[in-house]
Design a protein. Structure first.
Length: 79
């Protein structure tokens, strides 16, 4: 609720986080994406295990697509 768009959350994270943390998050995202989980499993993992309350399915067709977008933003922003 503090940001107009989800991408602004990512931009703020990039500006305020140490490069080591950003790298760690990228590695975790790559690991999760490489597991090729189905949509129900991804959604359950994000909501229950990680307490992620962003309803990505309102904008993105899948968790895989959204997580790939987040990863791409983090990777492009850390250069």
């Amino acid at each position: 609720m503090e940001y107009d768009t989800p991408d602004k959350v990512i931009a703020d994270f990039l500006q305020t986080s140490d490069p080591e943390i950003i790298l760690l998050v990228c590695e975790e995202l790559q690991s999760l994406l490489s597991q090729d989980k189905d949509e129900v499993t991804i959604r359950d993992y994000l909501l229950r295990d990680l307490s992620c309350y962003y309803c990505y399915w309102n904008k993105w067709t899948s968790g895989q697509e959204w997580l790939s977008h987040v990863l791409a933003m983090l990777q492009s922003g850390k250069n």
